[in-house]
Design a protein around this ligand. Structure first.
Ligand code: NAD
Length: 413
């Protein structure tokens, strides 16, 4: 059956709202994004030809504060994906007690098919056509297909339009332009922070645990290093070009250097090749999907061997698959908690930018860890209160209650 991201995320929304009896007026408003901008980007290509790209920005709900978060540039991006991600961002901020709403944007384009000049023009035109209104309204950040460089171009374009510096208007920029230390590593490190807390809560032994990671980009590669440094065996890793397996554990520093040199994980020494699907079903204790949504379906859920699923990617597990995994007694550390390191970091980036006062890495790492652990514990408590096996629903319930209270206090419903 075709994976329908938007149907899956709105189903979760309705289920969490039903369980904790959220005001029907709040639910009616949350059934769709508050604001959607659809626009088109014209681009003159290096060879003289001309192309047009579809672009989006969705502000799902801003009851708790300005909308914030990522800009995804990928070939098959569509509006449904952006709406789903914006909803998940609203939940992630609210579940983490961050005073921000959920936003997401992007362009349907394959960055690999563009030259550096074409890609820079695309990023700058995205901001010119979007016409963002600054840090108190909506703050674009990075996601798949965008990075420190893309966000630097976007900030520069925004500041050129307004004529003044406003570092807090764009997130995920480098420290030299007013970004925060620890930004690149925040999500991957945070995945490990929350995993560690879940392991403590369930009595799971971390030392020598075997770990399989799908996706070896910004999040997957940093998470791999964290698991490796903690004494786990990272036995399998994949990216979009293939995967690897080594029962005794992969040499992660060596693999990082190999990926840097060749652009892929495949063909690394002392390992066997493995497909992406085989990775999900391989012999391991911890499975970490760190690539794209919807990869763990009901069929796959029956075959997963891991005892713990740590969702580094957004929405990697379908609603049907989660029910099967929980029934099988597998611990799920859900996306809105496991990969929330970046939203906590973006909150710190904003605080530093607005105050024009920049913190050391120890402060940032300490606060990220503390806030992630607090969010996980709060979701565990909510799940226990409503007698749910799903910590994900616990997090969504906490988030919806905060959004409901903010909407009611504002007199929206
Ligand atoms: P990235 O583009 O840096 O890396 C993605 C990785 O996944 C790459 O290695 C790519 O080759 C691989 N990949 C893509 N499709 C694949 C497939 N079908 N099978 C196996 N590997 C595949 O992206 P990222 O920033 O690491 O983000 C990964 C996931 O984490 C996304 O779901 C993203 O939304 C989520 N996330 C990222 C952040 C962040 O701070 N970057 C924060 C929260 C959530």
């Amino acid at each position: 059956m075709q994976y329908d991201f938007l149907e899956q995320s709105t189903r979760l929304l309705r289920e969490a709202g039903r369980i904790c009896q959220i005001d029907p007026n709040v639910m009616a408003f949350l059934a769709a994004p508050a604001r959607v901008v659809i626009f088109r980007i014209p681009l003159k290509m290096d060879d003289g030809s001309f192309r047009v790209f579809d672009a989006y920005r969705v502000r799902y709900n801003d009851a708790l504060g300005p909308t914030r978060d990522g800009t995804r540039i990928s070939a098959d991006l569509d509006l449904g994906e952006v709406k789903s991600l914006a909803l998940i961002m609203s939940i992630k901020h609210a579940a983490g007690r961050i005073p921000a709403g959920g936003g997401k944007g992007g362009v349907s384009a394959n960055p690999r098919e563009l030259s550096k000049r074409e890609f820079e023009t695309l990023c700058r035109t995205y901001i010119r056509q979007l016409r963002p209104r600054g840090h108190a309204y909506d703050v674009p950040g990075a996601d798949i297909g965008t990075d420190l460089q893309s966000m630097s171009w976007m900030l520069d374009e925004y500041e050129s339009i307004t004529g003044y510096h406003d570092p807090a208007a764009i997130n995920d920029k480098p420290p030299i332009l007013g970004g925060s230390l620890g930004g690149y590593e925040a999500t991957g490190r945070g995945v490990f922070d929350v995993f560690e807390e879940a392991a403590k809560a369930t009595g799971f032994e971390i030392k020598d645990a075997s770990v399989a990671i799908q996706g070896f980009g910004q999040v997957g590669s940093v998470a791999a290093s964290m698991f490796h440094e903690a004494g786990c065996r990272v036995v399998a890793v994949s990216d979009s070009r293939g995967g690897l397996y080594a029962k005794e554990g992969l040499d992660i520093p060596g693999l990082l250097a190999h990926k840097q040199a060749t652009g892929k994980v495949a063909d690394f020494a002392d390992s066997q090749p493995l497909t992406g699907q085989d990775l999900l079903e391989c012999d391991c204790d911890v499975l970490v999907p760190a690539a794209v949504q919807g990869v763990i379906t009901a069929d796959t859920a029956y075959r997963i061997k891991a005892q713990m699923l740590v969702e580094a990617a957004n929405a990697p597990t379908t609603v049907e698959a989660e029910a099967i995994l929980l029934e099988r007694g597998i611990t799920i550390v859900p996306d809105v908690l496991a990969n929330a390191g970046s939203v906590h970091l973006c909150q710190m980036e904003r605080s530093q930018g607005l105050a024009d006062n920049y913190w050391d890495i120890e402060t940032i790492n300490h606060l990220r860890h503390q806030r992630l652990v607090a969010g996980y514990r709060a979701a565990m408590n909510a799940a226990a209160k409503y007698q749910l096996k799903s910590v994900r629903l616990g997090a969504w319930i906490n988030a919806l209650k905060r959004i409901e209270e903010a909407m009611q206090m504002r007199g929206w419903c």
